[in-house]
Design a protein around this ligand. Structure first.
Ligand code: PMP
Length: 424
């Protein structure tokens, strides 16, 4: 059974775990509420999480986080994806610090930009060129703009419920968005080729691009792997109709495959958008494209004051080395499988229906018959109380820093948390 509305929250009384001390966190929340609208913004707003969760953190190390009150956690969010080698990875941080010590932002980029571009063109399956930005939203938006410049068309087909960023053309939230902002956005259903065909037919001759997620990782929903037949047919249709196929690899990039998530199914996009994990937490994004779109990419005025900072680029080069040396994709898959097997065993022991979906490197864990997420909130609150930071609704992330001992320690906590959920 699928969960109901993504933003439904259970009542606080249905969540049992007692909170660890949070005096500093509360004080910071109070101060933030006076000087920032709502005290916090966006996806990291702790108001969306069970009440026991901290808002503020002071340190990260490997796969562990410490909040501002000194409570330590084994972390399964990895800063919502960017941390892929582990917090404060010494090799990545040294590369970053070295660039900072000589100059990060200057009147133009440093050598690191060319080196990173060469590395990415070698690595990413479909890439003949890359352009750098700072956020995933920058990258998806630039993909759409390049596609329009290349085709002279207006419409963009996106999957219903997919997240591609936080600007008017694609934000999932209506505030401040006009009908005109969305006039050229057409929805299809992920893995449903008939819905793509219908959207193409209804907008014949005016479709600039079809944007696809690496797999379906919509908030608060079961995840769905990409049906290879769907991917192949979307590719074929884009080629036939002269539309640009954009892969949004912002969230999954480097976790499913070292050279692009759809390399796992042998389908290549025309453009791909990347960010999150590429510099192990330092701000960076890129768009990769095929030769046929090189002129269109050159024609678009793409720039930003911070886009050419060298330190993040040096950190990205180091991140790629660290991931390759650690066989990161396989490592994360193994650790994710270990976590998943343990949770499945525990749920079965307590007679609890659990749905674990998506790739093991990015696990989504939802409870059956949990329309208001009360079980999920209780489970994650209890785990948090025992030193494990999980998310009750969003997919989680493994990193190279998660080892077997960390997974096993986390499973000791979830055993207790599952027992509490089992008691009802
Ligand atoms: N696309 C996907 C698939 C994402 O997961 C995200 C971020 N959650 C974005 C785009 C936007 O990235 P950013 O938050 O860096 O702008």
């Amino acid at each position: 059974m699928r969960s109901a509305e993504p933003h439904v929250q259970p009542s606080p009384t249905s969540i049992t775990a007692a909170s660890p001390p949070r005096t500093h966190d509360s004080a910071l929340r109070g101060r933030a509420a006076r000087v920032m609208p709502g005290g916090m913004f966006g996806h990291m707003n702790a108001a969306l999480l069970p009440p026991a969760y901290p808002q503020f953190f002071k340190a990260g190390d490997g796969c562990r986080l410490t909040d501002v009150d000194g409570n330590a956690y084994i972390d399964f969010m990895c800063s919502w994806g960017p941390i892929i080698a582990g917090y404060r990875h010494p090799v990545v941080d040294a590369a970053f610090a070295k660039r900072v010590s000589e100059g990060d932002l200057m009147n133009g980029p440093g050598e690191a930009m060319v080196e990173l571009a060469e590395r990415l063109v070698d690595r990413v399956g479909h890439a003949d060129w890359v352009l750098f930005q700072k956020s995933g939203t920058d990258a998806t938006t630039l993909c759409v703009t390049v596609a329009r410049a290349a085709t002279g068309r207006r419409k963009v087909l996106a999957a219903q419920g997919a997240y591609h960023g936080a600007v008017p053309w694609c934000t999932p939230y209506p505030a401040g968005v006009t009908a005109e902002d969305r006039a050229n956005l057409v929805h299809y259903r992920f893995n449903d080729i008939a819905s793509v065909e219908a959207a193409l037919a209804a907008n014949e001759g005016d479709v600039a691009a079809v944007i696809v997620s690496a797999f379906r990782h919509d908030f608060a929903k079961d995840q769905e792997l990409t049906d290879p037949a769907f991917a192949r047919r979307v590719r074929e249709l884009c080629s036939q109709k002269g539309a640009v196929l954009i892969l949004d690899d912002v969230r999954a990039g480097l976790r499913l495959h070292r050279g692009g998530s759809w390399e796992t199914i042998g389908v290549r996009p025309d453009l791909s958008a990347w960010s999150k994990a590429i510099a192990n937490g330092y701000p960076l994004a890129f768009v990769a494209g095929v030769d046929a779109l090189r002129d269109a990419a050159r024609s678009v005025y793409s720039t930003g004051s911070f886009w050419c900072g060298s330190a993040s680029m040096a950190a990205a080069v180091a991140t790629l080395d660290v991931l390759d040396a650690g066989d990161a994709v396989n490592h994360m898959a193994r650790m994710g499988d270990r976590l998943r097997a343990g949770l499945a065993r525990q749920a079965a022991n307590y007679g609890i229906g659990l749905r674990q979906t998506g790739p093991s490197q990015m696990p989504q864990v939802l409870f059956d018959d949990d329309g208001d997420f009360a079980k999920g909130f209780r489970f994650t609150s209890e785990a948090l109380h025992r030193g494990v930071y999980l998310h009750p609704k969003h997919n989680m992330f493994l990193s190279l820093a998660h080892g077997e001992a960390d997974i096993d320690q986390a499973l000791e906590a979830t055993e207790e948390a599952m027992r509490v959920v089992g008691k009802g």
